[in-house]
Design a protein around this ligand. Sequence first.
Ligand code: C5P
Length: 317
Amino acid sequence: MQERVPMADLVVTAPAKINLHLEVLGLRPDGFHELAMVMQSIDLADQLVISPSADGQIQLSCDRSELTTGGDNLIVRAAELLRSRVGLPELGARMTLRKRIPIGAGLAGGSSDGAAALFGLNQVWGLGLGESALTDLAAELGSDMPFCLGGGCQLCFGRGERLEPIAIGQVAPLGVLLIKHPQVSVSTPWAYGRCRELRGQTYLADEQAFADRRQALRLSPLVHALQGQGSWPALRNDLQSVVEPEVPVVAAGMTLLRRAEASLAVAMSGSGPSLFALFSTRELAAQAAAALAAPLAAAGFDSWVCNTRSAGVSVEA
Ligand code: C5P
């Protein structure tokens, strides 16, 4: 039997994601929504520092006081699930989260932190679990978490946990201008619940209809644009049509981002309320951020300029 070799401290990068497509297909027997999405990692990231121990203690601290660091935090839940599945309750870790991704923003910050914990603890505890075992654990903890492990640009089906990488080839990273109002958050369960109330009557009902929509997305103008073939279509996010009428900063932010010169597309990410504009380069995103700086600040938005990123969680060199 292979001996476990515990390692020293590890620093794991936990990147945010944006949704380039979010289509609500219908309801599943488990009560979740059946989705067809394109998710894309970006290089706005949290950092998780992990110090392993053998005292059975799982401890988390964070530089943002509004985040809970107890048993409901996905980092702590990931650590507890991992050690219980391998049957080693004596494993412990002290972890510190440096939070950079805005909270309650539709950017999967919490899911990415949990994925970083699974990935990092598997290494520092010397467990040697493979990618598919980690992905299965991730799916138990949250619908977006498998994507956060693998990252890059992927089609995400089912609850969001069924991944199909998109062959992007040598296409250069895109520039991203991301905005969020610091005082406004959206609850994901609320957004899906509202979607069901408003649109439930029109949901697709059978597996063949779901399969047809998945195939349409694989062959869509968006996927071609991501592969560097053809122009960018308007982006679709079905939760945006639910959230925008009830969260005024979403409508205000969209109006501002649509004024950005040279943008390829503009949309809300996930259940919001963060919004993004895409550009062919980071320089163009930075120029748009500079041009819109005054109206964005006047409307109270925070903004970030970043790039798309070709991977999910990773260990820092
Ligand atoms: O899986 P996760 O914990 O991220 O989901 C949060 C909530 O979002 C779920 O409890 C559910 O209300 C909603 N959701 C959904 N369908 C999905 C993903 C999430 O209804 N595919």
